[in-house]
Design a binder for this molecule. Structure first.
Ligand code: SF4
Length: 286
């Protein structure tokens, strides 16, 4: 599979030419990179701005809330393009159950393009499936995976940097657990929308397929991710045990709750007004 947006030479040449670029860091980054060192390092590489996807995830959650509230049939989470791909190709009978809402990556890229229309966006990815999604997302200009980023840091001798720095804009704390299996369901405020026993969280594609082949009719919401453990188990993430990576995410969440984030950096809803995060026609319909 070709990923034209994953053109490292072009990305580096743009950064060297001082083309203004925003790095959109996937939420599992904390399992592989130190925070806030990652922000300094990306800036040193030439990124003008660096943001995470937590505000995008919050907006995605709001759409899930609406969809689940108004649905009687089984709905399947779609932030993971790996799940979408398997369903479209192997289980097309479930295609209509896929939730037609953007992923946090797409939602964040849309917000970035609204606020910084002249900037290019580059998604920093834990897997190839997100590269496929980046290719079909007009708001994402480039994509690079964790292992390619580590190689670039090595090539340009950009080591871990200590100090205090914040991401540019769009902070949200509780959605930091998105890359953990069940992170979406836990942060979408589904109490009163679906009953506890109507939600099923599954990670690992084999387990997901088992359910699809033998579905439980009681389930209304399938909160699923392709990789074992969720995005922290993505193929370009480190080989650390999942439990350890999970701990890092939870520690990051805890730290973020104590952080004093200036008002102008917070992901508040009015910043996304006018942007649509749900559509009748998603990339898998084309
Ligand atoms: S669960 Fe795996 S395949 Fe799906 S988006 Fe996350 S890292 Fe990619």
């Amino acid at each position: 599979m070709q990923f034209p947006k994953n053109n490292i030479n072009k990305i580096v040449s743009e950064l060297k030419k001082e083309v203004k670029m925003i790095g959109l860091v996937a939420p599992s980054f904390i399992a592989d990179f130190k925070y806030p060192s990652i922000i300094f390092r990306l800036r040193k590489l030439g990124f003008d701005k660096v943001t995470e996807l937590t505000f995008g995830a919050k907006l995605v959650n709001r759409e899930y809330h609406k969809k689940l509230k108004n649905s009687k049939k089984l709905l399947i989470a779609t932030p993971c393009p790996g799940i979408v791909d398997v369903i479209v190709k192997k289980y097309p009978q479930y295609k209509d159950n896929l939730i037609k809402v953007d992923s946090p990556m797409v939602a964040t890229a849309k917000i970035c393009k609204k606020y910084y229309p002249k900037h290019k966006t580059c998604f920093i990815s834990p897997c190839n499936y997100k590269k496929i999604e980046a290719e079909v997302t007009p708001e994402v200009d480039y994509v690079i995976d964790y292992s390619q980023l580590k190689q670039l840091f090595k090539k340009y001798k950009i080591k871990k940097i200590k100090g205090d720095i914040l991401f540019n804009k769009f902070y949200n704390d509780y959605t930091k657990i998105y890359p953990i299996s069940g992170g979406l369901g836990k942060t979408a405020h589904l109490k009163g929308v679906v009953k506890k026993d109507e939600v099923l969280t599954i990670d690992g594609i084999k387990n997901v397929m088992k359910f699809l082949e033998n579905p439980d009719p009681k389930i209304k919401f399938l909160d699923v991710l392709f990789c074992k453990g969720g995005c922290i188990g993505g193929p370009y993430t480190s080989k650390l045990p999942i439990l350890l990576k999970k701990r890092k995410i939870l520690k990051y969440l805890k730290k973020s709750k104590t952080q004093d984030i200036p008002e102008n950096k917070k992901g508040i809803l009015k910043k996304a007004s006018g942007i649509k995060f749900a559509s009748n026609k998603m990339y898998w319909d084309k």
